[in-house]
Design a protein around this ligand. Structure first.
Ligand SMILES: [Cu+2]
Length: 126
């Protein structure tokens, strides 16, 4: 009897503390995920990117998440200082805050086959 009372008492004492810990660490993390940069998923596949055009706002930070469905591709745009490789089985993340409006042709600069030279997509910054 004493033992079960003790158990109830210790549960009653630790539950609010546990809840506080959960709310302190979990709630802000969920809120932060909502506040983070817009995430844009881009898939590379011989010989194109999907989507093949994205529109960004000047000064807006975005996170590009790039994956490939087949072989290694490149993702290169000099003016936006992007020079990355997209390897099979990995996600390449690029955080970008474009400061200049314009249309930027982004190319695959890693030879991936016969039509490699036509593999590109547009990044439009408004
Ligand atoms: Cu390619």
């Amino acid at each position: 009897m004493i033992r079960s009372n003790l158990l109830k008492y210790s549960l009653a004492a630790t539950l609010p503390v546990t809840l506080m810990i959960v709310l302190t660490f979990v709630a802000p993390r969920a809120a932060r995920a909502d506040d983070g940069p817009r995430v844009i998923e881009i898939t590379a596949k011989r010989f194109g990117f999907s989507p093949n055009q994205i529109t960004l706002k000047k000064g807006e930070t975005v996170k590009l998440r790039l994956t490939t469905e087949d072989v290694t591709h490149g993702f290169f745009m000099r003016a936006l200082k992007i020079d990355e490789e997209i390897d099979p089985g990995k996600t390449t993340e690029i955080t970008l805050t474009p400061q200049t409006a314009g249309t930027f042709l982004t190319i695959c600069d890693h030879f991936c086959g016969a039509n490699h030279g036509n593999m590109n997509m547009k990044i439009v910054v408004e």
